[in-house]
Design a protein around this ligand. Sequence first.
Ligand SMILES: [Zn+2]
Length: 111
Amino acid sequence: MRNFILLIALFFVTQWLLKKLRRANERSQAEARADARSDPRADSRTSGANTRTRSDANVGSAPQLLDPLIRCAQCGVHTPRSESVVVAGQRFCCADHARRYTAAPTGRDAR
Ligand SMILES: [Zn+2]
């Protein structure tokens, strides 16, 4: 009975691994195909759709892979990059601090 359960678990693990592998293969193949299609005039509609799906995939995978902490220019609190607000080349933890910083830009630097 125990072996049976182990077999089932093994089955699910292999299925999961295969799915993961297949997804990685599909992604690399799609990118290779998009790169190979160098002529922009040839069916621009499909290539446009391809670029859109590619960018979607990038957006979905980017926050999981790297989400570095950045320092708020106003209060110094470290915030994940995806949640930060960028105003005038400076990064902030929230829109309120960005507004306060731009309202008095020299107030903190003069200190
Ligand atoms: Zn802040």
